[in-house]
Design a protein around this ligand. Structure first.
Ligand SMILES: O=C(O)COP(=O)(O)O
Ligand SMILES: [Mg+2]
Length: 223
């Protein structure tokens, strides 16, 4: 620990570190346009973000069967990759949080279920890639969240034990992955969860309302 901050602070990407909903929604909308369909409300896409492209397409087009929806995945990803950071930015306060972590001598990284290439592209477009000490995507390893493997390997790459790190995420699977890795979990209430998904029932070590709350003493400590 340094300055009450864990030696590594790991972030979920979509809905936690970066407010990426606008570009994800725009890509879903492009698919809807290609199909000649009505606009898809952003509120339909938001709670599905942590379930990835397939989850967002299932939420947007529930009447299509799985095989038909599967054919929409690549066009969705292509639309998204072509305009990945037009509307996306770190959540308000996050740049200050990253400065604080680095200023304490700790490192920070990203563990996301987003495909690694897309995650790198987004983080690079935001100018944060050179500062990010480790980035593990949903397709980097054989398992993804809620499995703890991504968090375990992130720590391994940093030369740390999971108990030296903290994981911050906006979905129950993030808290589950942290718990399974023996890592302290912070639940990010500023993210994209469903209105009826009780964040206090996830079993995270703490629930924080805003990125600014991460600046409070001890908020980013390890276990
Ligand atoms: O794109 C996804 O699958 C979800 O991304 P996240 O894990 O960063 O929330
Ligand atoms: Mg998320």
């Amino acid at each position: 620990m340094s300055g009450g901050i864990a030696r590594a602070v790991l972030f979920d990407l979509d809905g936690t570190l970066v407010d990426s909903l606008g570009d994800l929604h725009a890509a879903v909308q492009r698919v809807a346009d290609d199909l000649g369909r009505a606009p898809v409300p952003v509120d339909v896409v938001r709670p599905a973000v942590s379930r990835g492209g397939r989850g967002m397409l299932a939420a947007a087009f529930p009447d299509l069967d799985d095989a038909r929806r599967e054919t929409l995945l690549q066009p969705f990803l292509d639309h998204y990759a072509a305009s990945i950071a037009a509307r996306s930015a770190p959540f308000d306060g996050m740049l200050q949080v990253l400065d604080r972590i680095e200023g304490s001598g700790a490192r920070w990284g990203i563990v996301t279920n987003k495909a690694e290439a897309l995650a790198r592209k987004l983080v690079d477009a935001l100018g944060l890639l050179p500062r990010c000490a480790v980035l593990i995507g949903g397709d980097t390893l054989a398992q993804r969240k809620p499995h703890p493997l991504q968090l375990q390997v992130a720590c391994e790459r940093l030369g740390l034990a999971c108990g030296d790190a903290v994981y911050i995420g906006d979905d129950r699977r993030d808290a589950d992955a942290a718990a399974a890795a023996g890592m302290r979990a912070v639940a990010a209430a500023w993210g994209y969860r469903d209105a009826d998904d009780d964040i206090h029932a996830w079993g995270a070590d703490v629930v924080l309302a805003s990125p600014h709350d991460l600046l409070a003493p001890g908020a980013m400590r390890a276990r």
